[in-house]
Unconditional design. Structure first.
Length: 430
């Protein structure tokens, strides 16, 4: 966390664009206090230089009361805003305090910046830990929502919810699965769906195949070798949507043995006709395979040039949380109205999400539409570190609860709502 964010409470950090707003700077410790014996001046610099005719540096109204400074200003445009407090008590004014704010347009203002992972595994398939452990570990690294998506299995995601039955949590634990239809190598995730698509196929595989083959026969404009896989994908995504879930097209540039899985022809058809709800822009690739993510990002931009609107997610596809690669390396940041399944899915479908790469030891990078990436980077640097600190404590208590520690459940109840209050204070949520 940046020093100024540790020493001061600064709220709100996000303000509505082109609206007059008041920002409070409240010193938390004696060594950073504002003295009533001195005079101060507030200056705002719009980072994009979208400004009124008065120039880059704009004087803002400032009031010092009870040791707190309140700055009132019309923050112009959607952009980062640099706020400086000058000590003007001497002949040569000096910068006493500096911080960053962000002004956003109406469609983003008041939305929750929620972090989540929608594709990961437990030891019920090929992961390492139990479903409940995975959920708790997700909260420890600052996630607001998650879904366990074991290979071909929906039940483990239910187990992750049941591990915290009757426990007050701020982490939203959703159901999910990775869907593997017979004869189709395309990996698809059912995020948040009300029922298992894998189980639907298993209950009556003959009916599934008959439906797919009927649809396959109508695809004369596709290469013959593509038709079955594409029809199968369409059927799966339709089933996921019917269960109110989000159907995700996963890692098309996963290199297996002698080539990519799925084939380029199938990937082309899926992008051309877009039967999925969201595209896995960043998948869980280890350091020696990150070129696959580079290709997935490049493909996304190619498709956008063609005019396609593609909802995106970032996922860890982690197969272990402790002492394992990938966990926490990639995630989704979505701007949602509230922390509910339907609101999170709506935010992604409405193109209000970015995919984030946070590989240890490397700079954090966000991918997606430019305005969302700019805003996301501000939040990652200025707001979410405080959020993540709160989550770490909650995640530890969740693990304690799983281990049978007395008092963990009550402690979690006492912490519930802290992140919501932080967002209300800093991001101006409705």
């Amino acid at each position: 966390m940046k020093t100024e964010n540790r020493y001061y409470d600064i709220y709100p950090r996000v303000v509505p664009a082109d609206t007059r707003s008041t920002v409070t700077i409240h010193p938390r410790f004696e060594h950073v206090h504002f003295s009533p014996d001195k005079t101060y001046q507030a200056i705002v610099y719009p980072a994009e230089r979208y400004r009124p005719p008065s120039g880059d540096a704009q004087k803002a109204d400032l009031v010092l009361t009870d040791g707190k400074i309140e700055v009132t200003h019309l923050f112009s445009g959607e952009q980062e805003q640099v706020l400086e407090i000058l000590d003007t008590s001497t002949a040569e004014p000096t910068v006493r305090f500096r911080t960053l704010l962000y002004s956003v347009r109406e469609d983003l203002y008041g939305r929750l910046p929620l972090k989540g992972d929608v594709h990961m595994h437990s030891f019920r398939s090929d992961g390492r830990e139990s479903p409940g452990f995975v959920a708790a570990a997700c909260r420890q690294i600052g996630l607001d929502f998650m879904a366990l998506t074991d290979h071909g299995q929906y039940a483990p995601s239910i187990a992750s919810q049941e591990a915290f039955a009757n426990v007050a949590l701020d982490l939203l634990i959703l159901r999910g699965e990775e869907v593997h239809p017979p004869g189709n190598p395309v990996h698809m995730v059912n995020f948040g769906g009300d029922f298992s698509v894998n189980e639907l196929i298993a209950r009556d595989e003959k009916a599934y195949l008959e439906t797919v083959r009927r649809e396959e026969a109508k695809l004369e404009d596709l290469p013959e070798e593509v038709r079955h896989q594409f029809s199968s994908c369409v059927w799966v995504f339709d089933q996921i949507r019917s269960g109110n879930g989000l159907g995700i097209f996963c890692h098309p540039y996963w290199h297996v043995r002698h080539g990519y899985t799925p084939s380029g022809a199938v990937t082309d058809a899926l992008f051309d006709r877009q039967p999925y709800d969201a595209y896995e822009l960043l998948g869980g690739y280890a350091r020696d395979a990150v070129d696959s993510n580079t290709l997935q990002v490049a493909r996304y931009h190619e498709e956008r040039i063609k005019g396609r609107q593609i909802p995106i997610v970032g996922v860890s596809d982690a197969h272990g949380c402790e002492n394992a690669d990938l966990f926490g390396w990639y995630y989704t940041l979505t701007f949602a109205e509230e922390t509910t399944r339907d609101s999170i899915i709506a935010g992604i479908k409405e193109l209000k999400s970015v995919a984030v790469e946070a590989i240890p030891g490397e700079a954090i990078r966000a991918y997606g539409p430019l305005r969302l990436v700019q805003y996301a980077l501000f939040l990652i640097n200025e707001v979410l570190p405080a959020h993540d600190e709160l989550c770490r404590e909650e995640g530890r208590l969740m693990l304690d609860h799983l281990a049978g520690c007395e008092g963990a459940k009550d402690a979690l109840a006492n912490l519930k709502g802290r992140c919501a209050r932080l967002f209300t204070q800093y991001v101006g949520c409705r």
